[in-house]
Unconditional design. Structure first.
Lengths: 177, 111
């Protein structure tokens, strides 16, 4: 065992120049990459980094300051730019679908109901989506394609996309593969 | 038989003595020709990135650039800055793994 260890160390001396070669190439790559980034100014300016460090320590001090503690005491939280935002966005504008005056923070909810309506909530949308499901269903017992045997339609549908199979069957033509 | 068949192989004997490849050169050639050198390079790159060595080197570069000013730095200077630290701070496990790979390769290449 000691003989093999000696072998290893002596061959290490032979092999490490190659390792060193590889390492040197990688070092040159890294140096070249950093040089490029520096020359092109892609790295955020180094002076900016110091500025940001200062600002972030300032903000941390302000955040730690008890007179500013946010959510529990006051309604409004102060962000890092010193701005305050109400919990619900309160700018008011008109909905382009129904024309009502809506508050921005409530707009998404409003749109869900607003765009889903003809008269009743989501009836039109619901009807069209279930119709689509029936058209493209895979061999379901409620399928409208009763003229064709179940096995045939299953074979067809397993080959291609449901869209294609659906269209073929609805046209009443059959192309045997 | 023609005398030309028996002529000595080129290069002739005088050149031979200058150009006998060293063992290191032979090893290098074998590594490159088989493509193993590329693979080793990629492996080493990956390991050095994983263990944070690459980021350390980049930090050293950035510090140096900051000190000297962005436009006064050459690639050469950066190489000289990070080479000593870089060579010294490669983790032993990484170096060991690479050397083992080279050793295995040479054994299998029946050198």
């Amino acid at each position: 065992m000691s003989a093999s260890r000696e072998d290893n160390t002596s061959s290490d001396a032979q092999l490490s120049p190659h390792f060193r070669d590889l390492l040197d190439s990688i070092i040159v790559d890294i140096a070249s990459e950093c040089h490029r980034i520096a020359k092109l100014g892609l790295d955020r300016n180094l002076e900016d980094e110091e500025e940001e460090l200062r600002l972030s320590t300032q903000a941390r001090v302000r955040a730690a300051d008890p007179s500013n503690s946010g959510e529990t005491n006051s309604k409004y939280v102060v962000d890092i730019f010193g701005q305050t935002h109400p919990p619900v966005a309160n700018e008011i504008f008109d909905c382009m679908n129904c024309g009502r005056s809506i508050m921005a923070g409530r707009f998404a909810t409003h749109l869900e109901k607003c765009m889903g309506k003809g008269r009743k909530a989501r009836s039109k949308a619901a009807r069209s989506s279930t119709a689509a499901q029936n058209r493209y269903s895979r061999g379901s017992p409620a399928s409208t394609y009763s003229p064709y045997s179940n096995s045939t339609s299953k074979n067809r549908l397993s080959n291609g996309s449901t869209g294609v199979a659906g269209e073929e069957l609805s046209n009443g033509t059959s192309e045997e593969p | 038989m023609r005398h030309s068949v028996n002529r000595p192989p080129t290069p002739d004997a005088a050149e031979d003595q200058e150009n006998v490849p060293t063992l290191q050169e032979i090893i290098n050639i074998k590594l490159i020709e088989s493509g193993e050198k590329e693979r080793l390079m990629e492996l080493l790159r990956e390991r050095l990135t994983e263990c944070g060595w690459k980021d350390e080197m980049k930090t050293l570069c950035r510090a140096f650039i900051k000190k000297k000013g962005r436009n006064n730095v050459t690639v050469d200077e950066l190489v000289h800055v990070i080479t000593p630290k870089g060579r010294a701070s490669v983790p032993d496990s990484v170096k060991g793994e690479l050397l083992q790979r080279i050793r295995t390769f040479l054994n299998s290449a029946a050198l």
